[in-house]
Design a binder for this molecule. Structure first.
Ligand code: 8YV
Length: 309
């Protein structure tokens, strides 16, 4: 049996239903009771960025062999526990990189050129009352990237096409790039106009965007977050935006999804998206195929396609 943690993709759900005995965790009223009765028949868990496999779930599934995540991010999976118990873990890298990087650039353009506000202006019939106010140029702005992995590199490549000077922060300097390296996030934030969070969420990167970093970015700076909500101290971000201490923000992720801070709803220098970085038909289908391919490989004793543990 396969335990799917929450609704994520209808094609994936249908295929899991065809190929396995599928348990839908979100439809189960008494989860404790369910786990007691079925724990011996569940050999795989399918999770995503909302719900994965924490220590408690792993402990309650003695026959669990693999956690196949419908996400590249692994922050909802207790990787140490999986290692300890010999449980395999897979994710969906590469197939979503382009979409997430495209969306990051889209957010930069949307915030600086006020695309959403422009659209509201036309729809409200305000165009007849006069021209839209002037906005801010994107080409040539310096872009600072936190985490120069697959997604960070794809964003850098795109921003280079807009003549943006690129700098980055990561734990260590990368040998294979000429982008300027800052060993401190605050220094990176002080030296760029647009700061993008692209790293994975770990205890070390939680609240990597704090008040000091926001103040270093400053009243003309723009924060883009396509990583995870908890990368940002959201209360600090909200007060900085409300008080005008930060120039703007483009956010695809939030600390308490599906909640987004209502204090931001009235701000035109902020663009808020419902965690749609990988949300295209093409990419979500490719992610589903990777989840299915990893499960199939595991149960056929073949090498996993995208193993993490
Ligand atoms: C989500 C993501 O998994 O890949 C990730 O880490 O955050 C997304 O692709 C998406 O919400 C799928 O359910």
């Amino acid at each position: 049996g396969v335990l799917m943690m929450c609704p994520m993709n209808s094609y994936l759900e249908q295929e899991l239903d065809k190929r396995f005995k599928l348990f839908r965790y979100w439809n189960i009223p008494q989860t404790q009771q369910f786990l007691k009765e079925n724990s011996n028949s569940i050999r795989a868990v399918v999770g995503n960025s909302m719900a994965g496999a924490d220590a408690q779930l792993i402990e309650s599934l003695p026959k669990l062999e693999i956690v196949s995540s419908f996400s590249v991010g692994l922050d909802k999976i207790d990787l140490n526990k999986c290692k300890e118990k010999g449980i395999r873990v897979t994710n969906t890298p590469d197939v979503l990189t382009e979409d997430v990087a495209d969306l990051a650039i889209g957010l930069m353009l949307a915030v600086l050129r006020r695309l959403c506000e422009c659209d509201r202006y036309v729809r409200k019939g305000l165009w007849k009352t006069g021209d839209f106010k002037l906005t801010t140029k994107f080409t040539g702005k310096s872009v600072g990237i936190i985490g120069l992995g697959r997604i960070g590199t794809a964003i850098a490549k795109r921003a280079e096409a807009f003549d943006c000077p690129i700098s980055y922060y990561s734990r260590s300097e990368k040998a294979d790039t000429n982008y300027k390296y800052y060993p401190s996030v605050i220094d990176l934030a002080s030296n760029c106009q647009i700061l993008v969070v692209t790293c994975s969420l770990t205890p070390e990167t939680r609240h990597i965007i704090n008040r000091e970093v926001i103040d270093a970015l400053g009243p003309k700076g723009v924060l883009i977050n396509i990583g995870r909500g908890p990368h940002v101290d959201e209360a600090e971000l909200v007060s900085a935006l409300v008080e005008g201490r930060l120039g703007g923000a483009g956010l695809d992720v939030f600390e308490n999804e599906p909640e987004a801070p209502e204090e931001l709803f009235g701000l035109d220098n902020v663009v808020l998206l419902p965690h749609v970085g990988s949300g295209t038909i093409e990419t979500r289908t490719a992610m589903a195929d990777l989840v299915l391919g990893n499960l199939e490989a595991h149960f056929l004793n073949k090498p996993l396609l995208t193993p993490v543990v």
